[in-house]
Design a protein around this ligand. Structure first.
Ligand code: GTP
Ligand code: MG
Length: 418
């Protein structure tokens, strides 16, 4: 109900690729868990019959219970992570606020970000923060209070404070996007620690640059380091504060072309993460400050600008939206690929292993039966029964789990190729 009609793009949001894949794969693992449980139960009943099931086999199957459970836990916590970097005051916190459509993170004078801040969705409309090494939920009533809570903490710059904000206030949070704000890359000697701690699991990086100056060596170095640790990271470059260009229209085209060329050159020739053509699609000229203001106005039911805005506001606003669209596509696909491809491989592996074990037991049962045709009728009946059950179970495994896992793989690759 907090969302205005302009936000209703739920069904065609590219983030749905991730959301739907996550739901589907979750359902599959619920079913896999059921089958593993059934199999364990069946094996237990067979263990009473000596020689049919070995203790080792029973243990192996039983170990899958925990494995499947662990995967389900990881799955539940899977999200899409975007991390923002750039020099101090370039507007990193403001960009995140603009995307969240509210002034959530402290920004501006006296509110320099001095540790890592992670914003993620919370259920039940709660807002609170948790500092690193603690499990205590500190309630946050307002943005001002958040700034205050962050100041009073003695925080180390590479520490992480997790801010939980009601999911229903922002579609991006609801769809499992997690934002990471950072201190300026120019204020730390510990870039390696930052990368190891906060970047290795990021799906997308956004370099927030200052359009009033140019890409700096410190910013470039940071991304050089990132790209040595991650193969082909997804990087967007925002030339922020582009509203400043409005005051110098005579240089507008020239400045823009120069920034664009340098950014494309950096992404393609230096970092080698994109072709020059693809890199063109990753560079944007925006004003986070204006976008945030406009959105807060819209939220209050007022027109997005009151006439006092700088020339070219509408174009910059559209460009910000264009950035968000491309960002959503990119992060959603990247997260599905890196996160779910692995899970679906594991699910398939477990299904195959269980089937193999059951096949072996079935073989053994059939051999025993033919060798012991002459033995007592009740033993023979038991073997017959076992064989039947195994056939049912392996058939079920084959038909269901395997198909399900393959289905997910297909969906994943379909989503990726789309
Ligand atoms: P640190 O946390 O100190 O590293 O800075 P930051 O990168 O998070 O920058 P922040 O968002 O705090 O913005 C710094 C100042 O720049 C604030 O006063 C913002 O209002 C202002 N600012 C941010 N984006 C823009 C923009 O697009 N245009 C203009 N004119 N000002 C902006
Ligand atoms: Mg900041």
């Amino acid at each position: 109900s907090h969302l205005r009609s302009t936000d209703i793009r739920t069904d065609n949001s590219p983030l749905q690729i991730f959301v739907k894949a996550k739901k589907k794969i979750n359902d599959i693992f619920v079913e896999i868990e059921d089958y593993v449980q059934d199999t364990v139960g069946f094996m237990k009943s067979l263990q009473a019959e000596r020689n049919i099931v070995t203790a080792e086999e029973a243990e192996r199957i039983e170990s899958y219970v925990d494995k499947v459970h662990a995967i389900r836990d990881v799955l539940k916590r899977d999200h899409m992570k975007v991390a923002f970097f750039g020099r101090t005051s370039n507007g990193k916190s403001t960009v995140i606020n603009a995307m969240l459509r509210d002034k959530i993170l402290p920004s501006g004078i006296g509110h320099t970000t001095n540790c890592f801040l992670q914003v993620e969705g919370s259920d039940n409309g709660e807002s609170y923060l948790i500092t690193e090494g603690s499990t205590e939920k500190q309630p946050v009533q307002s943005v001002g209070q958040l700034g205050h809570a962050l100041c009073k903490e003695k925080l180390c710059e590479s520490h992480l404070v997790r801010i939980f904000w009601p999911k229903e206030k922002c579609l991006l949070l609801r769809d499992d996007v997690v934002f990471v704000d950072s201190p300026g890359v120019d204020v730390t000697p510990n870039l390696d620690e930052w990368i190891d701690k906060h970047c290795l699991d990021a799906d997308v990086f956004v370099l927030v640059a200052n359009a009033e100056s140019t890409l700096m060596v410190t910013e470039k170095n940071f991304f050089h380091k990132v790209s040595t640790k991650l193969s082909k990271p997804n990087i967007f470059i925002l030339n922020n504060r582009w509203d400043a260009s409005a005051s110098e229209p005579e240089f507008f085209e020239q400045v823009r072309a120069q920034h664009q060329e340098r950014a494309v050159d950096f992404l393609s020739r230096e970092l080698k993460v994109y072709t020059p053509k693809d890199a063109e699609e990753r560079v944007f000229f925006v004003s986070a400050k204006e976008t945030l203001q406009a959105r807060m106005q819209e939220q209050r039911g007022q027109p997005s600008h009151n006439g006092a805005l700088a020339e070219g506001f509408q174009t910059r606003y559209f460009e910000f939206q264009d950035f968000e669209r491309k960002f959503e596509e990119c992060i959603s696909k990247s997260a599905v690929k890196t996160k779910f491809e692995q899970h679906s491989q594991r699910g398939k592996h477990i299904a195959t292993e269980i089937r193999q074990t059951l096949d072996e037991i079935l073989d053994r049962t059939q051999k025993m039966k033919s060798e012991q045709l002459h033995v007592k009728k009740d033993v023979h009946d038991k073997l017959n029964y076992t064989e039947q059950q195994l056939m049912l179970l392996t058939q079920e495994m084959k038909d269901k789990i395997h198909h399900m896992v393959e289905d997910v793989e297909q969906r994943v690759s379909k989503a990726l190729s789309e």
